[in-house]
Design a protein around this ligand. Structure first.
Ligand code: PAF
Length: 283
């Protein structure tokens, strides 16, 4: 695996791939790689001749009181995992390489970022869209793989790629979970053992609610029951629990189309998110 830190070497290396008619898959990450990321890498391997993984902890997507400074950085162990997974190229720009002095562009997708996680994290999705657009321009992949755990992020990136005519196949890959059901996340590392046990209430409450909705339960009543389940289990607060149209993220009060049940809640030092597909029973 070649590890590259500057754009010139990156473009020269990618040119070599292109000259051999090789397709390229990109897996953008912020590092601290877990099995969820590695599943994205395996999917990338299946979809293209060459796999590029980027690691860049992007300051523009962290709010002033968020965990940019303390976000886990594990370049050495990440690198070992990527070599073992057969990754061709690790793209690891530093801050000035990604945002040189004078950088002044912000990419904002309208509408989609305003609600759900965007309401609690103003500017977060502008930071995500801006860095992902830059990564797409730097790597020019044929396909890019993102985890479905960040469902709103995925919807925003799809919108951006469509609106800006980016010729990239955006692939969402199912959320990977611990054996007990907790969604894998780099931020799970922040959980104290008692919070880690209590965190299980999130996938459980969402799973029960999704089942009830699919059996025809009232949407408002079902959603309203989730937050107390989480706070009773030990969550400090619940940012949102919503049923939305799976593509547009418009809130739904009836299950009349493919939907997604999403929630974000805070426990200990972590803000956890999760989501599940909820589909109307046909026929
Ligand atoms: O999902 C993430 O890890 C980040 O938001 C991403 C897509 C790598 C952009 O920094």
């Amino acid at each position: 695996m070649q590890t590259i830190h500057d754009r010139l070497t990156l473009s020269q290396t990618l040119k070599g791939f292109r000259e051999n008619d090789e397709t390229v898959a990109l897996v953008p990450t912020m590092g601290a790689l877990h099995d969820g990321h590695m599943a994205l890498v395996a999917e990338a391997r299946r979809r293209a001749n060459r796999v590029v993984v980027s690691i860049f902890v992007n300051p523009r997507q962290f709010g002033p009181n968020e965990d940019y400074e303390s976000y886990p950085r594990r370049a050495d162990s990440d690198s070992v995992k990527l070599v073992a997974a057969g990754v061709d190229l690790l793209w690891m720009p530093d801050l000035p390489e990604m945002y040189p002095e004078g950088f002044a562009t912000n990419i904002r997708v309208s509408g989609l970022p305003d609600r759900l996680c965007g309401a609690a994290r103003p500017g977060h999705f502008d930071g995500v869209a801006t860095v992902v657009a830059k990564l797409f321009n730097q790597v020019r992949p044929d396909v890019a793989i993102f985890g479905e755990k960040d469902w709103q992020q995925l919807a925003i990136i799809r919108r951006m790629a469509t609106d800006l005519d980016m010729p990239i196949d955006i692939v969402g890959f199912p959320t990977q979970r611990e054996d007990d059901g907790l969604a894998l996340s780099s931020r799970n590392a922040y959980l104290e053992p008692k919070d880690r046990a209590a965190a299980l209430a999130l996938p459980r409450a969402l799973g029960n609610a999704a089942q009830a909705l699919q059996k025809g339960a009232d949407v408002a009543l079902t959603l309203a029951a989730v937050a107390p389940m989480l706070t009773n289990a030990g969550f400090a607060s619940v940012d949102y629990v919503e049923l939305v149209d799976a593509d547009t993220l418009a809130p739904l009060d009836r299950l009349d189309r493919p939907a997604r049940l999403l929630a974000a809640a805070r426990i200990g030092k972590a803000r956890l998110i999760d989501n599940l597909a909820v589909n109307p029973i046909s026929g």
